[in-house]
Structure formats: C-alpha cells, structure tokens
Write a protein that binds this ligand. Structure first.
Ligand code: TYD
Length: 207
C-alpha cells in the first residue's frame, strides 16, 4: 500500500520545523508510521553535500554548481529513503523538496524553471508530493527571525533582494499549482496554521 508524501516549503525563517513536528504528531495519532526528513540532507551522502552547500566560506560557488549539488543531495535522499518509505506505506514529510530548487536556483538565481526541472528529473523520478504547504511570509520577517536564532548559513547571507525573489517565487509557484500547493500565512499563530494543515491533510488519509 502506497503511503503519503507531504512537503513543507517557504522562505528561510518561515517556521517549517515547528509545523512539521505538529503535523507528524497528528499523522501518528491517525495510525501512520511517519518519516520526517530534510533537504538538503537526510542521508550520510546528502548531509555531506549539505555541509558543502551551506558553508559560509564557499562564497565562490557558482549557481550551476549549487543547482547540481542540491539535485545530487536530493537524488540520494529520494532513492535511498523517501521512495522506499512511500512504497512501504509510510507518511513522509520532507522539509523542502524540488520546489525549493525551482524557487531558489530557478527563479532567485535566475537559472530558469525548466532547467531546474530537467536537472532534477533523474533525482526525483516519479515522486511528486501529494500536498505541499507553503509557509508564506515577507522575506524581511524570515531573515530577522533567522538572525535571532543562529549564525547565518551561506544561503541566508544572501542579499535581501535575493530573499524577496524567493518569497515572490514561491507565491508564483502556488498560483500555478493550486491543486497541490496550499499557501498559508506564516505570520498567523502556530495553532491556527496547524489546524489549517490538518484539515487539508485529513482528505488524504486512509480510512
Ligand atoms: P533549510 O534546511 O530549510 O535551512 P534551515 O534549516 O537553516 O532553516 O535549507 C537550507 C537552505 O538551502 C535554505 O536557505 C534554502 C536552500 N535550498 C536551496 O536553495 N535549494 C534547494 O533545492 C533546497 C532543498 C534548499
């Protein structure tokens, strides 16, 4: 029996982790075995690639290299972890997926949406999320939240113009694919956001 695949997206500092934890508890209550994973990362190889990607020292990294490294980390995660989990009936929640590459590399870096999809085809195969939550918030708010929490990584150190393109890129994507991408105002209280997500997910659950 095939499981379900949920992805969480949004600009840096949107509060994805908090919502993923709440959604994971909900799915466990509904009887699912839940697998939470993150991108880039989630396997030994993908975590090594994550370290390369996010190291603030790597200021010379080219957009093309960045796009291919994100796709490589994703390929390993999908084929080693996400695919098998879905096939075995689990509920998989991924903190980011290919939409992140479409928005960050395709739109904000300007490499083009079609190029990003083409490069990611071998990485994701036929795995598409059943539902994607977009935690939408102004770029400035997200980065301000990040600055309070920890040292900024290479991506978070990008200009505010870059982060604005990311936030806007996500909105464009959500408008194009309203059947899959469910946009939520990330400035709402945590419980309100969580309730909206649960009611969207409840339609996907096994009876
Ligand atoms: P994330 O783990 O969500 O950051 P944090 O845990 O610090 O909140 O994501 C790491 C960064 O990588 C984030 O800035 C978004 C970026 N990213 C891309 O640019 N492209 C991608 O394909 C993915 C998955 C992430």
């Amino acid at each position: 029996m095939r499981g379900i695949f949920i992805t969480m997206e949004g600009p840096d500092g949107a509060g994805k982790t908090t919502q993923i934890n709440l959604l994971s508890e909900y799915l466990k209550e509904k009887g699912y075995e839940v697998l939470v994973t993150r991108e880039p990362g989630g396997t030994v190889i993908s975590e090594a690639i994550r370290a390369l990607l996010l190291d603030p020292a790597h200021t010379e990294m080219k957009p093309e290299t960045e796009m291919l490294l994100y796709a490589s980390a994703r390929a390993q995660l999908v084929h080693e972890v996400i695919g098998p989990a879905i096939e075995s009936g689990k509920a998989v929640i991924s903190d980011r997926f290919v939409d992140s590459s479409v928005v960050y590399q395709g739109i904000a870096r300007g490499l083009g949406i079609d190029t990003v999809y083409a490069v990611n085809k071998p990485a994701i195969g036929d795995y598409q999320p059943d539902v994607t939550f977009l935690l939408d918030l102004p770029a400035e708010t997200g980065i301000a939240r990040k600055k309070e929490q920890a040292e900024l990584d290479r991506m978070e150190r990008e200009t505010i113009e870059f982060h604005k393109k990311v936030a806007e890129g996500y909105r464009t994507l959500a408008e194009r694919d309203p059947g899959r991408i469910f946009k939520v105002d990330a400035t709402l209280p945590i419980e309100v956001i969580c309730d909206m997500m649960k009611s969207r997910v409840s339609g996907l659950l096994r009876r």
